[in-house]
Design a protein around this ligand. Structure first.
Ligand code: PMP
Length: 444
């Protein structure tokens, strides 16, 4: 019997013993083509030698020195790299390192609070995020997330957070409404909420530049983030960009926000930063935030034992070197075009596919009961679970999620293949997904 406390205590799961390119291989020799990088994590495939060597080399020289007293070379080098590559407008910021996306989100929320206190604005306590959304599983991150199911058991323990609608074009854009008008209508919900709460009481707005876990890969409508930036600047509210899932090249640029033409005040990143080789996350504070602290107490009011772990940072640095030296961002863009074209051609007319959305190597098909009315399947039918098992039985790992019980969104399957995938692997993923959706929805 298993003594590992896993998501499912009853399911028997394959024991994975080896990674090879885009494949995971279990104890019995079964090979699984990884079409989702776990959860958009494994951007470099599963056996990258350069990253492995960098990790081993760092381990051989220095693993750990407490950040309360010391800094180390990989941490400094990685921070300089991230700042140099950050969206224009970030300025001379700084980076802190953590172990997971949830920790990074917690740290970002606390950093926003510290910024306002350093500026003498203690009344700024409100956090505004979007629904649906997911920002992590620790209590603070769960509180700002707009994921009804995951919040529910812990609701009485969560800090207060406010939610506006996520810019979810498939269901919220009105007939005849232009993309730009839709973007403005959605972004202006932030202005309205700030006015309701009291402009001098809002600390931060939190949103993923391209949504990941809650809606599948959902890019923002054109102009949305420009308007968000304007509103935040006008009211002294910080914008926290959660790039935990969409960052580090996944959408075709190192930071997803680059494509929106704005910079965030605080940015979180995780999954693709360590690409599955190292559990590492980061929070990037822009120059504006850093300056407030430098001019104030001069100290960061946050700390964890394993911050700036030298081996984790060396691994992440090697991941970044691989992305640059192999020009993987252009690979993401060209393979992404192939993936999108394949999905549109195989599933664009499918009776149970309502929407295909995404960017770069980050694509989603939303599966519905009725394509004309957009009616989702009843969650009791567990179409997401059926799709996951059907694809797995065909040797492909996908990332399906259930719709919401209140019908606000349907089941969807997220694809986030490795940047190092071959064209043939992309085509195979599309073919298996098409078969999977047909089989999982047959007769429904
Ligand atoms: N933010 C986003 C957008 C995520 O997708 C996730 C994980 N799915 C998190 C935060 C939390 O990251 P972690 O699971 O590493 O704690």
């Amino acid at each position: 019997m298993s003594h590992v406390l896993r998501r499912s205590l009853t399911a028997t799961q394959p024991v994975i013993v080896k990674g090879e390119g885009s494949y995971l291989i279990d104890k019995d020799g079964t090979r699984y083509l990884d079409a989702c990088g776990g959860a958009a994590v494994s951007s470099l495939g599963h056996d990258n030698k350069a990253v492995r060597d960098a990790v081993a080399a760092q381990m051989a020289t220095l693993s750990y020195a407490h950040t309360g007293l010391f800094t180390n070379e990989p941490a400094e080098e990685l921070a300089s790299y991230l700042i140099a590559r950050a969206p224009k407008g970030t300025g001379q910021g700084r980076v802190m390192y953590l172990g997971s996306g949830s920790e990074a989100m917690e740290a970002a929320l606390k950093l926003a609070r510290q910024y306002h206190l350093e500026n003498g604005q203690p009344d700024r306590v409100h956090l505004i995020a979007r629904a649906p959304s997911y920002h992590g599983n620790t209590l603070g991150a769960l509180a700002v997330g707009g994921h009804a199911g995951r919040r529910a058991p812990f609701a009485p323990m969560l800090i207060n957070a406010h939610h506006i609608d996520a810019a979810y074009g498939y269901r919220l854009q009105r007939d005849g409404e232009s993309e730009e008008d839709f973007a403005l209508r959605m972004a202006n919900q932030l202005e309205d909420r700030i006015q309701t709460l009291g402009p001098k009481t809002v600390a931060a707005f939190i949103a993923e530049p391209v949504v990941g876990a809650s809606l599948g890969s959902q890019p923002a409508p054109k102009g949305y983030f420009k308007r968000i930036r304007e509103i935040c600047d006008q009211h002294g509210v910080l914008y926290i960009a959660d790039e935990v899932m969409c960052g580090m090249g996944r959408t075709g640029s190192l930071f997803a926000l680059e494509q929106e033409g704005i910079a965030a005040d605080i940015t979180t990143m995780a999954k693709g930063l360590g690409a599955g080789y190292m559990p590492i996350a980061a929070v990037m504070a822009s120059q504006k935030v850093v300056k407030a602290i430098e001019d104030g107490t001069g100290r960061l009011w946050n700390g964890h034992t394993y911050m700036s772990h030298a081996v984790a940072c060396a691994g992440a640095l090697a991941v970044m070197n691989e992305i640059d030296s192999r020009d993987l961002l252009s690979r993401v863009r060209t393979l992404g075009e192939r993936l999108e074209a394949g999905l549109r051609s195989a599933l664009g007319q499918h009776a149970h596919v309502g929407d295909i959305r995404g960017r770069g190597l980050f694509w989603t098909a939303e599966v519905v009961k009725d394509r004309d009315t957009k009616q989702p399947f009843d969650v009791k039918e567990n179409i997401a679970g059926a799709m996951h098992m059907t694809a797995l039985a065909k040797g492909v790992i996908t990332y399906p999620s259930q719709g919401c019980a209140d019908g606000t969104h349907g089941d969807h399957v997220l694809l986030a293949p490795c940047f190092t995938s071959t064209e043939e692997e992309i085509d195979q993923i599309v073919a298996v997904l098409a078969e999977t959706i047909s089989e999982a929805t047959a007769g429904k």
